[in-house]
Design a protein around this ligand. Sequence first.
Ligand code: PMP
Length: 285
Amino acid sequence: YDDRDGYIWMNGTLVPWRDAKVHVLTHAMHYASSVFEGERCYSGKIFKSREHSARLIESARLLDMQLPYSVDEIEAAKYAMLEANGWTDAYVRAVAWRGAGPDMGVSAARNPVCLAVAGWEWGAYYGDAKWQGAKLDIAKWKRPSPETIPTAAKAAGLYMICTMSKHAAEAKGCSDALFMDYRGYVAEATGANVFFVKDGVVHTPKADAFLNGITRQTVIAMLGDMGIEVVERHIMPEELSGFSECWLTGTAAEVTPVGQIGDFHFQVGELTKKVSDSYEALVRR
Ligand code: PMP
């Protein structure tokens, strides 16, 4: 993975892929002082690029880190990285973290805040599962309270239980896991938000304890334009049996139909296909 050609933008310059390294005493590695973005570039244009850059700065701020770059500078870094690699279609990963420095302990205000922007080619997130409807496990871990951790930040620390839950799901032959939150409400998947359909109305969990995804917000607006009612509310897991369709949204996942969550089954229905097709058209417009 590290011995390959290509370029990564790191702290102000493009460096060869092989040289994009950090020290083992990097604060982020010990204390999870890291935030990141996942973005997709379609035909030379990153979808909602400025929104992602602004969210990165805001995630860092929520972790008490002042990113030493503006939205414009992050935009320039992303496009410089894409151009250096010759990519027009790629996944873009920006990551900001507190680096190694004079402070080795928890408190590390003197250590620099670093930024890197990498990318890679990444097809359908759920692979072939996409068109059959992805199969989801129910995670044993719960999304934490916003009083426990800044749940609105796209912060590395929030992904510890995502990796654990996704590994457990994959071991059972599932593509992903669906989390409930600390109150027991349906929350999100390990890297995507979730939507349900019942009698032509769309229901999606209220984003009060998890990442309010940029794709989620895009799809809600798209459904509004289609004249379809969307209800953002608390959803109990017992309600899963009453929904006919289900899909996930996320930058990597795009709009992915869900066929099964635990013992509950969903059809890859007309509305799911319409939303997926409309999203695909929108990102390439
Ligand atoms: N929730 C989690 C935990 C995620 O990692 C992601 C992907 N960033 C999302 C939701 C969806 O966010 P977005 O649509 O902004 O990619």
